[in-house]
Design a protein around this ligand. Structure first.
Ligand code: GLY
Length: 575
């Protein structure tokens, strides 16, 4: 979830981090309340997504005999229409799939790539300093989109085979051409994105009228997007990556100051990758490998936490202290070691090992370790090597966990003329200069510098937790750097604190990403608890909610879906 308020929150951080760590926690001026999620029970399938029409389309596909992968692909195309701030054709993401028949887990990497002309210094100004305008607000920020290739690959390899790509795209075409009323999170987010969209006439023509965003209930029509979807339905991904649509995308990027060519689009490939695996208290954790840092950092944190008896401690001062300390250490490793696996060597086996986690745990005391005293660890086995999330399960136990994004809300805000396709500004996820931070405050080093064809490091963490080889919890979240810790807490809430999935999703979340050295606390924690953590040396920073973990728990009674209520409009649709 990308919000303008994120920038306000970051400025608040600067203010608050200067304050004494032992002062009482100052509350937010306006304290938003996280409404409780409503659990939905079903037996033959479940789709939990950030927008209700898209979630229902997933159910329609299951009802027509499609499997969870077919449903996820249809939801992915539908959200590109109904949830334009993050659903996309012009961005990228990651999908983790559990296949029930042969008990297999696979990952699809459809992360955007840097154009072939990208260089490590492309986001620096004349003085050699990072220039955020280049990495966030110009055509240079646009990565070659991966979503169309990724969704098509998922269907081709793992779909039921009963439904064609055109069958899965048709509902999205209908929504784009017939329109739908602007409501919920889209009604909330469009006014905040007004200025970013207004910069580009091609975007203003679709999302603004007379320079103003639509009112709640106004109809959003996207005729060009419908045509683009029709072309993909008819000719497959090549309609997007070759020919006139690719030409329009490359032209739009170049006019906006970028370096993308038609060849960059023609050369794009979504990739199958082996999932990363870990275990946590007898459960198997299956998640996304690099170029997302999500799965590795998640398992590293879970490995650290496994050494504490969190169930006995309960969700209180000691367990939250342990949680924050685990976060800091994993994010420090993320910053130093991780990047595109096809371009950098990473110590993945070491980072995932229980022995390494034990060494990190040994460095955790009763007081907060200042971020400045935490450095990347020495994992063994150095080896080669504003977003939306939806979770799907079908009657056979096939499961999909998918997170995809344009980076900021509405990405760059630029629609490629004549295509209806909003373009990402994902390349800000690269490190512009070693030791500097991206828009999420995530510090990076050499491993994540831009380069030709490289994929920027991500935090997306689509995850499936298995019990006895079968899906138990399907989860993930948007939220930039906060994604990984959101997923961590949903898993811990369910496994350690035995919360029902709706409670696990709604419970307030903490986040610490090592740099800046602050523990961001959503509304809902008892003030006494935050004060106690502050007394231990944690710099507690009250923050508005920024994540949305649409999750499914498999229970003896059936599938329980929980749509996160941190933004309006998410739906758990049962079947
Ligand atoms: N663009 C945010 C991420 O991929 O982590």
């Amino acid at each position: 979830m990308r919000r303008v308020s994120r920038f306000l929150a970051l400025s608040l951080v600067a203010l608050l981090l200067g304050a004494s760590a032992h002062a009482q926690v100052a509350p937010l001026a306006r304290t938003p309340v996280i409404p409780p999620a409503t659990p939905i029970l079903a037996h033959s399938g479940m789709v939990v997504a950030q927008e209700s029409r898209a979630a229902r389309i997933g159910i329609e596909i299951l009802d027509r005999g499609g499997n969870a992968v077919d449903a996820a692909v249809a939801v992915g195309f539908a959200l590109a229409v109904t949830y334009p701030r993050a659903g996309n054709l012009g961005g990228g993401g990651f999908m983790v799939i559990h296949l029930a028949k042969d008990n297999r887990d696979v990952a699809i990497d459809y992360r955007e790539t840097a154009p072939a002309a990208a260089t490590p210094t492309m986001f620096l100004d004349a003085k050699g300093n990072p220039d955020p305008k280049k990495s966030r607000d110009s055509g240079l920020a646009v990565g070659v989109p991966g979503t169309v290739a990724g969704l098509a690959l998922a269907r081709e390899k793992y779909g039921s085979g009963k439904l064609s790509l055109a069958d899965l795209i048709t509902p999205a075409i209908r929504l784009a051409s017939q329109g739908f009323p602007v409501e919920d999170d889209t009604a909330d987010s469009l006014p905040r994105a007004k200025e970013r969209l207004a910069r580009w006439p091609s975007s203003a023509a679709i999302f603004l009228t007379g320079g103003q965003p639509p009112s709640e209930g106004d109809r959003l029509l996207q005729f060009d997007l419908a045509d683009t979807l029709r072309a993909i339905a008819q000719d497959g991904p090549r309609a997007f990556y070759q020919g006139s649509i690719a030409g329009e995308i490359a032209d739009a990027v170049v006019k906006a100051g970028g370096i993308m060519t038609k060849d960059d689009l023609a050369n794009y490939h979504a990739l199958k990758r082996p999932v990363v695996r870990g275990t946590y208290r007898g459960y198997d954790i299956v998640s996304m490998p690099p170029p997302s840092s999500g799965g590795v950092a998640l398992i590293e944190m879970l490995n650290i936490l496994e050494g504490y008896d969190l169930a006995k401690l309960g969700r209180g001062e000691q367990s939250l202290h342990d949680l924050i300390e685990a976060m800091k250490r994993a994010y420090a490793d993320r910053a130093v070691f991780m990047g595109d696996p096809d371009a950098v060597k990473m110590p993945i086996a070491g980072l995932l090992s229980k022995k390494y986690a034990a060494a990190l745990r040994a460095s955790i005391g009763d007081k907060a370790t200042p971020a400045a005293d935490i450095h990347a660890g020495k994992p063994a086995d150095f080896e080669g090597q504003n977003t939306t999330h939806f979770s799907v399960i079908d009657r056979d136990g096939n499961a999909v966990s998918n997170t995809y994004t344009l980076n900021f809300s509405y990405g760059l805000g630029l629609v490629a003329d004549g295509t209806g396709v909003l373009l990402n500004n994902e390349l800000d996820d690269f490190t512009s200069k070693p030791g500097t931070a991206n828009a999420y405050g995530l510090v990076g080093f050499n491993a994540n510098l831009p380069g030709p064809g490289k994929r920027p490091l991500s935090s997306m963490t689509p995850t499936i937790v298995l019990k006895d080889g079968k899906p138990f919890l399907i989860t993930g979240s948007p939220g930039g750097s906060r994604i990984i810790t959101a997923v961590l807490q949903v898993i811990s809430n369910v496994i350690d604190f035995h919360m029902a999935v709706d409670k696990a999703v709604s419970a307030p979340r903490l986040h610490n990403q090592w740099q800046p050295d602050g523990a961001f606390a959503e509304p809902g924690f008892a003030p006494d608890l935050l004060d106690a953590l502050q007394r231990r040396g944690h710099k507690i920073v009250p923050t508005e909610p920024h994540t949305s973990a649409n999750s499914i728990l498999v229970t003896p009674n059936g599938y329980v879906g929980a749509a996160d209520t941190r933004t309006r409009g998410a739906l758990a649709a049962g079947y």
